[in-house]
Structure formats: C-alpha cells, structure tokens
Design a protein around this ligand. Structure first.
Ligand SMILES: Nc1nc2c(c(=O)[nH]1)N[C@H]1C(S)=C(S)[C@@H](COP(=O)(O)O)O[C@H]1N2
Ligand SMILES: [Mo]
Length: 592
C-alpha cells in the first residue's frame, strides 16, 4: 500500500492500537451476541454453533486425535482454539481498519455471516438462531469505526502532527484499485460520498470527528469507477486517552452483555428441574452386588464408577438443557401404533435396575472411556412391542434433543437384555451431562450406537434406509463391544520396589461376560489372574494377580481376556476407528 511518507511521521504503536480496537470491537460483538442468544436463542451463540459445526465436520481420524490428545477436554480446547482464531482475525481487522475501514467492517460482517450459516446448519436449529450472529457481526462492524476515530481524532486541535493542520486533497487514482478504491496511506476519510457502507451511522455517531477516518471506503454500488475526493490523511498521533476510553467502554459493554446473556440463558433450567424429580422405586430392583465384586485395591478402578468420575463423551458444546415437563419421547416409523410418552408417563411405568458398563468406541487400548453404573429405567422392549414394530425393521434411529443420532440394531433391544430408557444413574436422577431427563442404556454396544443421551425420538427403520451421526464420519454402522482388558496397577512407567507385587485391572465383554484374564511378564507364559465376582455379563470385571515376584530391571506386563464364548482378545492392534480398538494392553515398569 502506498503512503510511504506516513511512515516518517506516524507515531509508533499505531498498529498495536488498531489491533486492540479490532479486538474490542470483536469482543463487543461477541458479548452482544451472547446477550441476544441468552434472550432469544440459547443454543445459538456464535462460538457454540461454529464449534458445533467443527465437531460435526471432523472425520474419524481427527476425532480420534482430539480425544487422544485432549481427552474429555476436547471441547474446551476446540472453543479455545476458535477464540484464538477470532482474536487473531479481530486484531487483523482492526489493523486493516486504519486504512480500509469499510473492508474491515465487511470482515466483521462476514464473521457474522459465518455464524449465521453455522446456526442454520445445526440439526436442531430454530428461526431465531440467526439473530445472535447477525447482532454480533453488526455490532462489531459498527463499533470498529467510532473506536478508531476515538483513537485518532484527526480533527481535534490537539491532534499533534508535524504535517499541516489543513486536510489536503488526494490526487485521484493513486493506486491501481478500481473496484474498491481506498484512500492511499494512513487514516483518512472519504469525504462527502455518502455511499459508503455504514456512513450514515458513523457520521451520525460522531459528527465532530472530522476527516480522521474513513467511514467506509467500499462504495455501496460496488462499481466505484469514480474515485471520490479524498482528503490526504494526516497521520496523526494516537490519542491514548481516546483509545483507552473507547477500549474500556467496549470491554465493559462486551462483559456486561456477555454476562447478562449467560444469566438470561438460564443454563441451569435442567439442573433446577432435576432437583425436583422424585425417583420412583424400582419394580424390579437389581440383585445386591456380590460381596466380591470390588476387590478394593488402591489404584484399581472401583467396580461402580461414581457419577462425578464417569467419563463423558458427546458432540454437545453446551450441555442440552431439557425441561422434563416439556420432554416427550416419540416412537414412530415402521410401527403399527406410534407412541408419544411424557416424562411422567415414563416414571409411572415399571422401572428396572441394571448394572451396565458403558464403553466408548474411541477408547484406546488401556484408555479410560469406560465406566460402570447402576441404571434405573423403563424397558425399551416393552415400549417397542406396544408400538408394534413391523417385520423388516432392523434399526432404531434415536435422536437427542440436540439433534445427534444413533443407530441401534432392533434385535439387540428385543433379545431380553436390559435395554433401558434410563432415568437414574447410581441412585441419583440422571445427571444433566449424562442425558437428563432420559437416555438409552443398552448392554453390549458401544455408546455411539446405543447410549443416546437427552433422547427425544426413536424412529423404527432399516439400516439400508437410514444412517446415524457417526456412520458417514468413518465409523461402522454397527458397534458391538469388543472383549478388552486393562492394567490399572502398577501404572504404566511406574517405578516399583522389587519383591511380591500386585498387578490388577479390569476386563470387559459386555453381554457375553469375561471368563478368564491372563497376564504375561516379559512375553513369558500366560498366567491366569484371579477374577472378582460380577452381578452378570453386562459389567466389567476386576482381576488381580497378587504374586508377581518383581526382580530389579525393566519389565513389560501384558494382559488379555477371554469372553464367555471362549474367544480370547486378539493381539493384533487396531485403532478405534471404525469399530473399536484391539490389541493387548501393555505397560512397562521399572523395578528397583
Ligand atoms: N445426545 C448424545 N448422546 C450420546 C452421544 C452424543 O454425542 N450425543 N455420544 C454417545 C457416545 S459416543 C458415548 S460413548 C456415550 C457416552 O455416555 P456418557 O457421556 O454418559 O459416558 O454417550 C453416547 N450418547
Ligand atoms: Mo463413544
């Protein structure tokens, strides 16, 4: 860009100041977007919808990588990453705005447009969801110029400049640009065209501001063959006080609007409703856990995973807030009699209790995306029979309140296992992050094909007609859980004293059951581990080998399980995608 002469006189620090202004304008936009979202469209804050799109468009390898790298924090990292990108771009637009305010405004508007596009593309989008992004983009675009003008109030008498105080005309067509003519060099103003984007608003906002800054240099007509008369920019000093007051105002607006939005959004609707639910007793309580189900070894995963420690995996950036009074579940599609039931209806049904271990298909060998709980719920099979499923249907396509979908084989839900519409977890009303008010729990299938949280709809259909969320993203349509085992202690890469050492862990083969676990040290012979008791085939099973004689040096320990069908887990390593990881969990320890 021309404007060499400006460099000699332009005070240092202008670029950073403009970047700060861009940030403040962006923050004000985001704050207002939060406010509008909180008031009118709780699921449609721009960052949330953009993050949602990012999650939904990430293919299997990327999802695996994110889970592997960031664990359950993957969404926090994603939102953080989006914010970093926004910060960089807002700062860049601020810098651009010094010379090309109209273009910078368009940039902010474009960001609003990205938010709008993301919002309407969400599976559960509503009409009002476009508003937060529109408002945010508009506010950021608008705020930019008054803020810039405050920082460089060119017309002010105290505006110190070695240049003459009088504006002087710019010779037309100094640079090659035709379609988007720009004042060459430093902050300048397109005088008297009245056609620029946002010119009216800006002129009205601060009529005293004089020729310091362009209100916008992109002619609305888009043609702009005629270059308007441009005052030569006086580079002007940065008015630090103006910058500061503008920035503080913007930040206060951003913060207040953002906080108000959060408060209005009522993130705790479901949390509040949850505390008022009175759980009915189970019509068929679970059998008492066998005394030997938990070996109570320190460092070994407890048999029952406390709710607060239970892994969480889902695509929701903001945990869906479902009001149980408004909740219904529809069962429809290939049925003789469609059903719609309320939460109260569901609680009136005979509820059964079952101990079931959930596992995520993304769990790596040795990973922690597995947890065991006692669930209370209505039997899915009873409801399906009442709906009178048509012959030929082989898939239940369940949908959550936030539009996620899951495809479950029909036969699995009807074969007598405890396939539940669960309302409680470990004696507590279902936690909001685990699906309140109602989720599916189906023993034997990975979560992505069975465990729909916040479930609101079940369509009885066929695998050759419908596809669930993860299938086009590289995961298998069907996902029975593979027999697996994990070493919990010693910890991988731990240093342990020589002598008799306890090796312990968990193994699982849901709905088949674990029949044997074996341990091998330094690729030596397989030794059988002692198995803990289990209430049935649907939970994991603790195991222990308590007489390993550890000798000084480095040792490798491996584990493998055999299920009740007699199948031993294979050694061959496979990644989680497309249908679950395989291989033997292997750790190394240093014995001293
Ligand atoms: N609504 C919804 N339900 C969902 C998911 C999701 O993304 N959205 N993820 C599934 C997956 S992949 C798993 S492993 C389990 C995890 O359940 P949890 O978070 O209660 O442990 O939930 C399942 N149910
Ligand atoms: Mo999962």
């Amino acid at each position: 860009m021309p404007g060499v002469t400006d460099n000699e006189v332009r005070p240092r620090g202008q670029a950073w100041a403009a970047a700060v202004i861009g940030l403040v304008a962006g923050a004000a936009g985001l704050g207002v977007a939060e406010l509008v979202a909180g008031a009118l469209a709780p699921k449609a804050s721009p960052v949330t919808v953009v993050a949602g799109v990012a999650v939904d468009s990430s293919p299997a390898p990327l999802k695996e990588w994110a889970i592997r790298t960031f664990g359950t924090n993957d969404k926090t990292v994603l939102v953080g990453g989006i914010l970093v990108v926004l910060v960089l771009i807002a700062a860049g637009l601020g810098v651009l705005g010094r010379r090309r305010p109209g273009l910078a405004r368009l940039g902010f508007a474009a960001f609003g447009a990205v938010g709008v596009a993301a919002a309407v593309s969400r599976p559960d989008s509503a009409l009002l969801d476009v508003l937060p992004s529109i408002a945010g983009g508009a506010v950021a675009a608008w705020a930019l110029v008054p803020l810039l003008r405050r920082a460089w109030p060119a017309a002010e008498p105290e505006w110190s400049s070695p240049r003459p105080a009088e504006p002087r005309p710019e010779p037309p067509a100094a640079d090659g640009g035709v379609s988007a003519p720009s004042p060459a060099g430093g902050p300048s103003r397109v005088a008297g065209t009245g056609t620029e984007l946002g010119a009216g608003a800006v002129a009205g906002a601060d009529p005293a501001a004089g020729p310091a800054l362009a209100a916008g240099t992109v002619p609305a007509g888009g043609g702009g063959a005629e270059r308007p008369a441009v005052m030569r920019a006086r580079p002007g000093d940065l008015d630090r006080r103006g910058l500061l007051t503008g920035a503080v105002t913007g930040v206060v607006v951003a913060g207040a609007a953002g906080l108000a939005g959060r408060a209005l959004g009522g993130r705790s609707v479901a949390e509040a409703a949850r505390t008022t639910v009175a759980l009915p007793p189970a019509a068929r309580p679970a059998r008492a856990l066998p005394g030997g189900a938990d070996l109570r070894i320190r460092g070994l995963a407890p048999f029952v995973t406390p709710n607060r420690d239970f892994y969480r995996v889902d695509t929701a950036i903001v945990v869906p807030q479902v009001d149980p009074r408004a909740w219904t579940l529809k069962i429809h599609g290939m049925v003789g009699r469609p059903i719609e039931i309320t939460y109260a209806d569901l609680l009136r049904r005979p509820l059964v209790e079952a101990d079931v271990t959930l596992t995520c298909v993304s769990n790596e060998v040795g990973g922690s995306y597995i947890g065991n709980a006692r669930w209370l719920g209505a039997r899915l099979a009873d409801l399906l029979r009442e709906a009178n499923i048509q012959p030929g249907a082989d898939m239940l396509l369940s949908t959550s309140d936030d539009g996620w979908t899951c495809g479950t084989p029909v036969d699995v839900t009807l074969d007598g296992r405890d396939a539940l519409l669960a309302v409680a977890m470990n004696g507590e009303v279902l936690p909001v992050s685990h699906g309140f008010p109602v989720r599916q729990v189906i023993p034997g299938l990975y979560g992505y094909v069975s465990a729909t949280k916040w479930v609101t709809d079940i369509k009885v259909t066929r695998f050759d007609r419908d596809e669930a969320y993860w299938t086009p993203r590289g995961w298998a349509p069907r996902g029975p859980i593979k027999t697996q085992s994990r070493i919990d202690l010693p910890r991988d890469r731990a240093t342990v004293p020589a002598g008799r050492t306890t090796v312990a862990g968990v193994a699982w083969a849901q709905h088949r059951g674990v029949d044997a676990v074996e341990v091998s040290v330094d690729a030596g012979p397989w030794r059988p581990a002692r198995l803990a008791d289990v209430p049935g085939p649907d939970t994991w099973r603790q195991w222990v080998l308590d007489d390993w004689q550890a000798t000084p040096g480095r040792h490798t320990i491996q584990v493998r399980a055999t299920d009740a069908a007699g199948r031993t887990q294979p050694q061959a390593e496979a990644p989680p995608a497309p249908d679950g990881a395989t291989g033997w969990h292997t750790i190394t320890v240093q014995v001293s």
